[in-house]
Design a protein. Structure first.
Length: 211
């Protein structure tokens, strides 16, 4: 279970900062555009996606056990489908934000796999009906992914363009709103990092390995 991973990691107390790199181009040189899913598929339809996500995550240097990786892959698949996001985009955000470290902490105080600010996490957890036990809740990978994917969807719906949504994810919607009102260009570096990871760093295997 991911919560057992959360408890054991908390005991160790591993804390890192987030990082990333790249440009707003896919591996082929074309502009990368995340896909959106039309609706949430059933469990049987999701199973190949879960297998591909698990295989990708197994190749990363994470502290998760194989069983925890499988559970995390299932949650990423379910929440991506629920919020009509390409799971590869969710992985790209995780890659840029934390390099898949569930205890990553940014200088600004963002926490966990998708680097959620505690105030944002508390607000979204209440709206989504997710148990909230203070900021440490965001070190639980399941909670972090559920809140993070919902936040990406919320921002995508608000701004209507994924690059702008990603800028707001990084800078905060208040800052991006002020930029838009003043006609000032929206910062593009963070969106570029995520789109580069989306096109190059987090490509899922075409078929899962035979077990």
């Amino acid at each position: 279970m991911l919560r057992s991973c959360f408890s054991s990691l908390l005991a160790v107390g591993v804390l890192t900062t987030s990082c990333g790199g790249g440009a707003l181009r896919s591996a082929t040189g074309a502009e990368a555009t995340p896909r959106e899913t039309a609706s949430a598929p059933g469990a049987l339809q999701q199973e190949p996606v879960v297998a591909r996500l698990a295989e990708f995550l197994e190749r990363q240097r994470t502290s998760f056990t194989r069983a925890e990786i499988r559970e995390l892959a299932r949650i990423i698949a379910e929440e991506s489908a629920r919020h009509r996001l390409d799971p590869q985009l969710v992985l790209a955000v995780m890659y840029v934000e934390s390099r898949f470290d569930p205890f990553a902490v940014s200088p600004a105080g963002a926490l966990g796999l998708m680097q959620i600010m505690p105030a944002t996490g508390k607000e979204l957890a209440a709206r989504l009906g997710i148990a909230w036990n203070g900021p440490l809740s965001l070190f639980d990978p399941a909670t972090n992914v559920r809140v993070g994917t919902a936040y990406v969807r919320q921002l995508a719906d608000r701004y209507g363009r994924m690059q702008t949504a990603l800028a707001a994810y990084n800078w905060g919607p208040g800052y991006i709103d002020r930029q838009l009102r003043s006609g000032t260009p929206v910062p593009a570096v963070y969106a570029g990092l995520v789109m580069s990871a989306y096109g190059e760093k987090v490509a899922l295997p075409r078929q899962p390995r035979a077990s």
